[in-house]
Each structure stands twice: as structure tokens, then as C-alpha cells.
Design a protein around this ligand. Structure first.
Ligand SMILES: Cc1cc2nc3c(=O)[nH]c(=O)nc-3n(C[C@H](O)[C@H](O)[C@H](O)COP(=O)(O)OP(=O)(O)OC[C@H]3O[C@@H](n4cnc5c(N)ncnc54)[C@H](O)[C@@H]3O)c2cc1C
Length: 499
């Protein structure tokens, strides 16, 4: 690396052991770097962590797993066979949807079966769904290489064939219509509009504002598939952490980085952590950029203020140990709001949770029997929440808990309170405290607006050579696959700088 002090040039520091931080460390190690990861928590994984209590195990954050090859591919960097360390299954039923009028619809991973069931339950012609999913696939194939798997907006790349293909097909990106409007034009039944609008929430966005380009997310779930790791979502963290350790990456837990140290020309030369200065020729930050610009970078380097309105949504989650089984639920379940538009207005305009929120219930013990004792279930009950801007979360949690309980009782004809053996919870303030995410946003910036993708922080900045950015708050965005892609992009940027 041209600009580095020679004794530092094979030393790398990663700030944060979120999934992108671990993946970056693995890639750096595979490139021959002596790699150290600093993590302020006592455990790896950041948002992708778990909770164990009284015989129950809960995945704390992500529950939906797509593009598993981005995980398994990391083992191949060292010639290891991923099957020796990690396994996963394709889900037959991607999600079970419950509607206010009592309709229940299984979104089968097989598109033909899903379309047939959708017709039987809602009356939506199957052809509409199959045509939509085919269009989503075309859009994904056209854009993913550019928007997801490449560094963004690099002039040198504009002449690569995949960029040229996007440029000549700009009109096909569907960026000038909102996802909701596209779905209104594609389906005749409100249930299907809601199901396909919901994909905007996969990166914390509002379907009434986000571009219809996001419809490509439905391709991932319905065409390429939704998966589930054996042992639960936390196995993704566990397997990658173990791989990193096996290959010689060192982790320093309970060790917060308080400053990225730069030399007189602004080059990153290491970090100041709780246990002192750690020199490095390469520093990769997996910390939320909102946090790193606020605290870790020297004053003189550019500050990038992020507006609350640009951030993705957050979440309010109840982890319930349920003392009986509910066969009417699958692994992923959605109880829709009666007024989806109003729910998003509350989230993104009023900074509140709507009185009739859409409820997501994730029961991993359906797939991993050991996650709950015999005859019991582990419920992860989540509603979308606004980011933290000083709301009274204790009050809001009490109110939302009662609303959620009432709604579950109505949808499942039960008295759910009487089955809760114990509970834990997480709100935007807690997410912020646990992972340093700006205002508790789940996915960094939202995609609300046509130009949102262009506002994401790049994976490196020329003003700060030697410092690279991975994770959900930078390009290409939040969610496990995109975070893993950011690590891949960071590695390719470092490789390029080494030449
Ligand atoms: C409730 C919830 C549900 C979600 N659902 C899904 C889903 O179903 N599917 C999906 O794909 N994605 C989902 N996501 C999003 C996904 O979890 C994230 O996009 C992804 O895990 C973020 O990974 P990351 O590498 O950016 O880092 P994070 O997980 O944000 O971790 C960053 C790490 O850096 C550490 N850190 C920060 N600053 C410092 C510092 N100064 N010094 C040392 N350490 C520091 C933090 O402690 C943390 O461990 C969900 C997220 C949440 C919270």
C-alpha cells in the first residue's frame, strides 16, 4: 500500500463485530492482514445476536435469511468446506399472512403454489403474481451487480458492461413510481398490495415513498428463496466468528474504540481504544456512520449530518416465552394492520406507533425445536417503530403491549397474556445502546425517495485514506446480505489500494 508506513502495512483494525465487521475481518485475514476486531460489547454479532433464558433461546434481531451463499462463500476463502460448520434449510412457507377479516394466506416459496393459494384465498389472479415476480427477477438481474455488489458511483466503473446496461435501461428501474403505486397497478386485491408493499420494510422504508425499484426484494424471498440456519439465526454470527478465530483474527471484547487516529495528512494510522492505541495501516469501521462522524473522527474531517427523516424505521420487540404451542402459526407470521397507509404516516411523519400496527411474530422453535422447552414456544413479537427522537418509550411500550395483546387475542382467538411465562423487550433506545445505531435505526438510511440510494455513505472516502466503511449504514445498505456485500466491496477497495 503506497501510503503506508512499512511496518503497519499488513496490520488491520476493524471497529465493531457486527456481521459486516466479522466478514471484513475474515476477508482481511484471507488477504494476509494481521487483523484485530474491537467490539464494545462482550459478545460478537451486534444486531445479529441472541438471548437465552430459562430454557428458551431467542434471536434478538434479524429473522429472515436470504442469499446464504454470501455467508458460505467466506469459508471458501481459506479452502474450508462450509458444510463442516454451518447448515441451513430452505423454508417451504416464507410467511403466513393474517388479515383483519380472518383470511389467512401462506406465501409458499414455490411461486406457482403461492400464486394458486393467493387466488384461492383472495381472488387475485395467479397470473398477476407470477408476472410481478418475473418482473422483480428481471429488475434484480439488471441492477444487483451495480447497486448491491459493486462500489457505488465510481467514475472508472461507469464503462463496465453492467453499468452501461443499467444506464441504457434506466427507465426499467421503476424509480419514478412508489412501490405502493406500482403494487396498486399490479394487483386488484388489497391483500396482495399489502403483502408486496411490506417488502419496503425489509430495509426500513415506507412503501408510499420508496421507489418501486424495491420490488426486487420480493424476488429474493419468492424466487431465490428464504432460508433458515440450523440452530437459529445466531448461527450465522457463530459460524463466521468461529471461522475468523480459527483463521487467526483476534477479537477484543468490552473494548470500545473512542477515536480513529490520523496523521498530519489525514491518513488513518490506527485507533485509540479503551485499552490504548492500536496502530494499523488499514482501519475498517463497522460502526454506524452516524456514530463515527459524531464521535470517532477528528473534528477537522468532514462531518456528515444525517437527518432523522432520512433514517430507516426502528422496531419495538417483545420476546415472549409462551407456555403452549400455537399450531396456527408458522415460523414467520404477519398480522396486518387495517390501515397500512396510516401506519407508515405514524412512523415516518408523526414519530409514533400506530394504534393498529402490523404485528410480526417469529417463532424459531418451529424450525429449531431446542429453542423452547417441550410444549412451549419462543415468540419474537415485533412492530415497526419510529427512530428515537426523545419519545417516552416506557409509556409507548406499555401502550403498544396492550394493543398487541388485544390484537393477537382477536386474530388467534386466545388469551395470550395468560400464556406468557416471562418476557424481555427491546425498543429503539435499547437498539441504540446495544449497537450504537444512530437513533436506533435498523438499516441506516431508508430508501424513502428516488435518490436515497445515492445518499448512502460510500465504502471509502478519499479525504481519509486508510479508513474504510462496512455495515448497514453504508453502501449498499442494511440487512444481512447487503452488509456482507459491503465487506466484500471494502476488501476489493483495499485490494485496489494495495496495487
Ligand atoms: C430487530 C431487527 C430485525 C432485523 N431483521 C432483519 C432481517 O430479518 N433480515 C436481515 O437481513 N436484516 C435484518 N435486520 C438488519 C440487520 O440485523 C443489520 O442490517 C445487520 O445485522 C447490521 O450489521 P452491521 O455489521 O452493520 O453491524 P451492527 O449489527 O450494527 O453491529 C455494529 C457493531 O459495532 C459495535 N460498535 C459500534 N461502535 C463501536 C466502537 N466505537 N467501538 C467498538 N465497537 C463498536 C457495536 O457494539 C456492534 O456490535 C434487523 C435488525 C434488527 C435490529
Amino acid at each position: 500500500m503506497r501510503y503506508m508506513d512499512s511496518n503497519l502495512n499488513r496490520k488491520a483494525v476493524v471497529i465493531g463485530a457486527g456481521i459486516a465487521g466479522i466478514a471484513s475481518a475474515i476477508r482481511l485475514r484471507a488477504m494476509g492482514f494481521d487483523t484485530v476486531v474491537f467490539e464494545k460489547n462482550p459478545y460478537p454479532g451486534g444486531k445479529l445476536s441472541e438471548l437465552r433464558r430459562e430454557g428458551f433461546r431467542f434471536d434478538r434481531g434479524p429473522s429472515l435469511f436470504t442469499l446464504p451463499e454470501l455467508v458460505t462463500g467466506l469459508f471458501g476463502l481459506f479452502g474450508e468446506d462450509w458444510r463442516d460448520h454451518f447448515s441451513y434449510q430452505r423454508l417451504d412457507n416464507v410467511c403466513r399472512y393474517f388479515f383483519q377479516d380472518g383470511k389467512v394466506l401462506n406465501a409458499w416459496s414455490d411461486p406457482e403454489r403461492f400464486a394458486a393459494e393467493a387466488y384461492a384465498v383472495t381472488g387475485e389472479p395467479s397470473g398477476h403474481i407470477l408476472r410481478y415476480l418475473a418482473a422483480a427477477e428481471r429488475l434484480y438481474n439488471l441492477t444487483s451487480e451495480v447497486f448491491i455488489f459493486s462500489p457505488f458511483l465510481k467514475p472508472a466503473m461507469l464503462f463496465r458492461p453492467e453499468y452501461l446496461k443499467v444506464l441504457v435501461n434506466l427507465h426499467r428501474l421503476d424509480a419514478f413510481t412508489s412501490l405502493h403505486d406500482r403494487n396498486m397497478g399490479s394487483f386488484i386485491k388489497n391483500e396482495m398490495v399489502c403483502i408486496f408493499d411490506r417488502f419496503a420494510t425489509y430495509n426500513g422504508s415506507d412503501p408510499y415513498r420508496a421507489p418501486a425499484t424495491l420490488k426486487m426484494i420480493s424476488h429474493l424471498e419468492h424466487n431465490t428463496g428464504a432460508f433458515f440456519p440450523e440452530g437459529g439465526m445466531y448461527r450465522i454470527t457463530g459460524a463466521l466468528y468461529e471461522l475468523a478465530v480459527r483463521q487467526g483474527v483476534s477479537f477484543r471484547f468490552n473494548n470500545q474504540v473512542c477515536q480513529v487516529v490520523t496523521d498530519s495528512r489525514g491518513r488513518a494510522t490506527g485507533v485509540n481504544a479503551q485499552d490504548g492505541f492500536e496502530p494499523a495501516g488499514v482501519v475498517v469501521s463497522d460502526a454506524d456512520t452516524g456514530a463515527i462522524y459524531g464521535a470517532l473522527l477528528p473534528e477537522k474531517l468532514l462531518k456528515r449530518p444525517v437527518r432523522t427523516g432520512d433514517l430507516s424505521s426502528s422496531a419495538m420487540i417483545f420476546y415472549w416465552a409462551i407456555g403452549r404451542r400455537f399450531p396456527e402459526l408458522d415460523v414467520h407470521n404477519i398480522l396486518f394492520s387495517g390501515d397500512y397507509r396510516k401506519e407508515f404516516r405514524y412512523l415516518f411523519s408523526n414519530g409514533m406507533i400506530f394504534d393498529d400496527p402490523t404485528i410480526y411474530i417469529f417463532v424459531s422453535s418451529r424450525q429449531v425445536p431446542g429453542d423452547a422447552p417441550e410444549g412451549a414456544e419462543n415468540w419474537f413479537v415485533m412492530v415497526n417503530a419510529p427512530v428515537d427522537s426523545g419519545q417516552d418509550w416506557t409509556l409507548m411500550r406499555e401502550r403498544v403491549r396492550e394493543t398487541v395483546i388485544r390484537k393477537i387475542n382477536r386474530f388467534l382467538a386466545t388469551d395470550i397474556k395468560s400464556h406468557i411465562m416471562f418476557e424481555d423487550h427491546l425498543d429503539p433506545r435499547g437498539i441504540m445502546a446495544q449497537t450504537s445505531s444512530l437513533q436506533g435505526a435498523l438499516y441506516g438510511l431508508s430508501s424513502n425517495g428516488r435518490l436515497a440510494a445515492f445518499r448512502r455513505h460510500p465504502n471509502k472516502r478519499r479525504r481519509i485514506p486508510g479508513l474504510y466503511f462496512a455495515g448497514g449504514s453504508v453502501h449498499p445498505g442494511g440487512g444481512i446480505p447487503l452488509c456482507l456485500s459491503s465487506a466484500q466491496i471494502v476488501a476489493s477497495e483495499i485490494q485496489e489500494d494495495l496495487r
